[in-house]
Design a binder for this molecule. Structure first.
Ligand SMILES: C[S@@+](CC[C@H](N)C(=O)[O-])C[C@H]1O[C@@H](n2cnc3c(N)ncnc32)[C@H](O)[C@@H]1O
Length: 358
């Protein structure tokens, strides 16, 4: 297996923050557009799959490059964001709805009590008012404005996301109406057309797709199983009725007596074994759905369990080989030293992209 270096920033959402459409929703766990575009240019696939699609970076880049794609995720907000970012829209219709929304007279509606500490009263009143206006806009057009409103709402909140914790930082915030108007206007200007990806709820351990040429994906990381909580405010405000997936459907979150993967990787804590059991299952699925000669690009990082560094890159490679993949390349992006709270060094954590061939 060849080993090379790559700019670690490409494994983060940071470069997308200024990229039209990609930045319609800030998804902390995302990777960059450039990474996907460069990979598609190199591999020239006809069909691309992202079994952990998150905010839809892979799907949007595939659309931009005129390539058809499939994306699955277990989190309602990820499926909603990926879908809404990747649909094709009629610009004139959006402009009509835009005029309609911002010409409605404000009505005061009851606000949600359980999110009060994160917002000013005025922001929450505006949220409820605009939600009620958007309700009358059908299908994907309603979703388009809901995504804009969600983005604007979080920009006008007191929330700041610190790892998995949501913290309050009181500050002066612009009126939601102005922020929403600005964001919706920008979104309409940025529209992108191309082949619409297929996006749905799905479990990467049990995929309902076939004949894929290339996979580019990033499974949840060992120590970052936080996405259930990070988007709880957006969920409460915008998707109160959508059923939450059962915990088991989240990667790496389940308790079992025995994990079969133990015979392949040895003895680890049950949470580590659960994680690799899921990695193993999803690698098997990725190989099954890929065409012969197809490649899987997997971005993943090492983690810590107990006071030990877990070499996730190495174990993932071993598991991939055990399901029949050939490991071709490892691109190392970031490296940092893991320490205990008392600053004792535990070892080096790497983040990288593994390339496997079927
Ligand atoms: C690292 S993020 C992917 C981010 C994506 N690359 C992007 O740019 O937005 C991992 C995603 O896996 C999803 N996930 C967790 N368990 C899953 C499962 N069993 N099947 C499919 N997706 C899952 C999470 O909801 C999360 O969105």
């Amino acid at each position: 297996m060849k080993i090379d270096r790559i700019d670690g920033n490409l494994f983060t959402f940071v470069p997308n923050k200024k990229t039209p459409v990609y930045n319609w929703f800030y998804y902390k766990e995302g990777f960059s557009r450039e990474l996907v575009v460069d990979t598609i240019k190199k591999e020239r696939p006809t069909t691309v799959l992202d079994p952990f699609c998150g905010s839809g970076t892979t799907l949007l880049a595939a659309k931009e490059m005129n390539v058809s794609s499939y994306g699955f995720d277990v989190t309602p907000i990820a499926v909603f964001v990926s879908r809404t970012k990747t649909r094709n829209y009629d610009k004139e219709k959006l402009e009509e709805y835009y005029k309609y929304i911002f010409s409605q007279k404000f009505i005061k509606l009851p606000i949600k009590k359980d999110v009060k500490k994160w917002f000013s009263k005025y922001t929450l009143e505006d949220v409820e008012f605009f939600k009620s206006v958007i309700k009358s806009i059908p299908g994907k057009y309603g979703d388009f404005f809901t995504l804009g409103l969600m983005n604007a709402t979080m920009k006008c909140s007191y929330v700041y996301k610190d790892g998995s914790a949501l913290k309050v930082r009181k500050k002066s915030v612009p009126p939601l109406r102005i922020m929403f108007k600005r964001i919706a206007h920008r979104m309409i200007k940025e529209l992108m057309s191309g082949p619409e990806p297929f996006v749905d709820f799905g479990d990467a351990r049990n995929l309902s797709v076939e004949d894929v040429d290339m996979i580019i994906t990033s499974p949840p990381y060992l120590n970052k199983i936080e996405y259930k909580n990070v988007y709880r405010i957006e969920n409460k405000l915008f998707f109160p009725l959508s059923p939450r997936p059962p915990v088991r459907s989240y990667f790496g979150l389940r308790e079992e007596e025995k994990f079969s993967v133990e015979s392949l990787i040895g003895n680890y804590d049950p949470n580590v074994l659960a994680y690799f059991d899921d990695i193993y299952k999803s690698l098997k699925e990725m190989r099954r759905v890929l065409n012969e000669g197809g490649k899987a690009y997997i971005i993943i990082g090492d983690g810590v369990s107990g006071s030990k560094v877990i070499d996730v890159l190495k174990i993932t490679r071993e598991l991939a080989e055990s399901v029949g993949f050939a490991a071709e390349h490892l691109y190392i992006g970031n490296e940092r030293t893991a320490t205990t709270p008392t600053r004792r060094k535990l070892g080096v954590l790497r983040e990288g992209m593994l390339v496997f061939k079927k």
